[in-house]
Ligand binder design. Structure first.
Ligand code: BGC
Ligand code: CA
Length: 447
């Protein structure tokens, strides 16, 4: 096992990093405490067992099926039931998933919207009919993160209808008079007055070619919705910033209707100064690090939590308030932070590496390795404008030579076709088009 030196530099870097994001508020505290417990317990578990390090053999001699593999952003799972695909998640001893805590983030997003309504109650009801109307852009009805966000908003606003313990996350189409069977009218009481909250419309933003989370489709949808609902729309909510910004630019900015997204992409954060209501940072700076870090650790043959729960030889380490590890799911989840008018100045550049894990690894101790990595849709705002630029900074710091493959967001084979020679690579990082499709990748690695 590598000797780990807990450098003092790491401690101060960590303190700085924490100060930078502490403005996220108290909402994350409960989740962070839970996270702390889980992480500590899990870390102890994993530290015990030292596994044989595939990378210590000559690279060429490791079978592709035994090479480190990380799934990220789209968790192998059944797109109808949400059930995790544990065969994919435990494909080999060095397989992990990196994403973010979808439920904690969804709750934050819902709460952010609700608090905005409460704080702006005097002006928010544009036509003064006592009904706060909102429209919702849904990313992908089969993507667990998208489902969680739809549920989070409906829960917070009281518009969700529960079936079997879960809030229905289906799109309503339109719901002009509140009679939809998918959602119900909620209510919010402020200063002794009760307002109705109604989901006027929602739809999955999928284009005709099949790409989901499609920003252009959301821009068209808001034009249609505003034409039929006019000043009944008081709030616009979106499962992500790509779609949110498209709606903001097409309509809500000019009409001064607060619009809420998710991801904290730089353009969305900047738009808060112009009336964008807010967004959620899913700590892409931590996720991008984890994505490459688990591969680096597996290739180095060190404990998987090196540079994560415990400081590495360069002083990189993450604290418990920014991620949680779930050993049963073999998944690392970054924690989310709300970004609103109060703190957006701290989030203006979404591509800055996270300070506590920004130290360069020594190339002699951590020699260069080749990684195959794909982005499911090169046109996805979050992945292309936030995640990939971060990965490209961390790949230098971690001495990984990464080939970035961009997909079209629709066709899995467009990507798998470019995994023609896995033997050229030491490790793989995969962002599937559809969460059900893990086997199309593991199949190639098993040949
Ligand atoms: C992001 C979306 C993105 C999606 C792609 C989500 O985590 O919030 O913006 O389109 O991942 O899978
Ligand atoms: Ca109204």
């Amino acid at each position: 096992m590598k000797k780990r030196i807990f450098a003092l530099a790491a401690v101060s870097a960590m303190a700085l990093g924490l100060a930078g994001c502490s403005s996220g508020g108290t909402e994350t505290t409960a989740a962070a405490t839970e996270a702390a417990e889980t992480t500590a317990a899990e870390a102890a578990d994993t530290t015990a067992a030292e596994e044989a390090a595939p990378a210590e053999e000559a690279s060429g001699e490791v079978a592709n099926k035994d090479k480190p593999l990380v799934w990220f952003n789209r968790q192998p799972s059944n797109s109808s039931t949400g059930e995790l695909d544990m065969a994919a998640l435990s494909f080999n001893e060095d397989t992990y998933y990196v994403g973010f805590d979808a439920n904690q983030g969804a709750e934050l997003q819902g709460t952010m919207v609700k608090e905005y309504i409460e704080n702006n109650i005097d002006t928010i009801d544009r036509n003064g009919d006592g009904i706060i109307g909102y429209v919702l852009a849904i990313g992908d009805i089969g993507h667990n993160d998208s489902i969680a966000r739809t549920r989070g908003v409906r829960k917070a606003l009281g518009t969700g209808i529960e079936a079997n313990g879960e809030v229905n996350s289906d799109p309503v189409g339109t719901n002009t008079d509140g009679s939809s069977a998918i959602v119900q009218d909620g209510s919010i009481e402020v200063n002794g007055k009760t307002y109705i909250v109604r989901e006027l419309a929602s739809q999955e933003m999928k284009n005709s070619a099949g790409a989901t989370w499609d920003a252009a489709t959301a821009g068209n949808a808001i034009n249609t919705w505003s034409a039929s609902f006019g000043d009944s729309i008081d709030v616009v909510v979106s499962n992500n910033d790509g779609m949110g910004m498209s709606m903001f630019n097409a309509w809500s900015k000019d009409n001064q209707v607060p619009t809420f997204g998710y991801d904290a992409n730089s353009d969305a954060v900047a738009a808060i100064a112009e009336g964008y209501g807010g967004t959620i940072s899913q700590h892409a700076d931590v996720q991008a690090y984890l994505t490459l870090r688990v591969l680096r650790n597996a290739l180095d043959g060190v404990d998987i939590n090196t540079g994560i729960a415990t400081a590495d030889d360069a002083g990189n380490v993450l604290s418990d308030d920014v991620y949680v590890y779930n050993a049963d799911e073999r998944s690392y989840y970054a924690l989310n932070v709300a970004v609103t008018a109060e703190n957006y100045q701290d989030f203006l550049d979404s591509t800055v590496v996270y300070a506590p894990v920004s130290n360069q690894l020594d190339a002699a101790a951590h020699p260069s390795k080749k990684v195959w990595l794909n982005i499911y849709n090169a046109a996805d705002n979050f992945l292309s404008a936030t995640y990939q630029p971060l990965l490209q900074k961390y790949d230098d710091l971690l001495n990984l030579e990464v080939d970035y493959i961009g997909g079209d967001g629709q066709t899995e084979s467009n990507i798998t076709n470019r995994l023609g020679n896995p033997s050229q690579y030491d490790a793989f990082a995969i962002n599937m088009v559809k969460t059900d499709n893990a086997a199309s990748y593991t199949g190639l690695l098993s040949q």
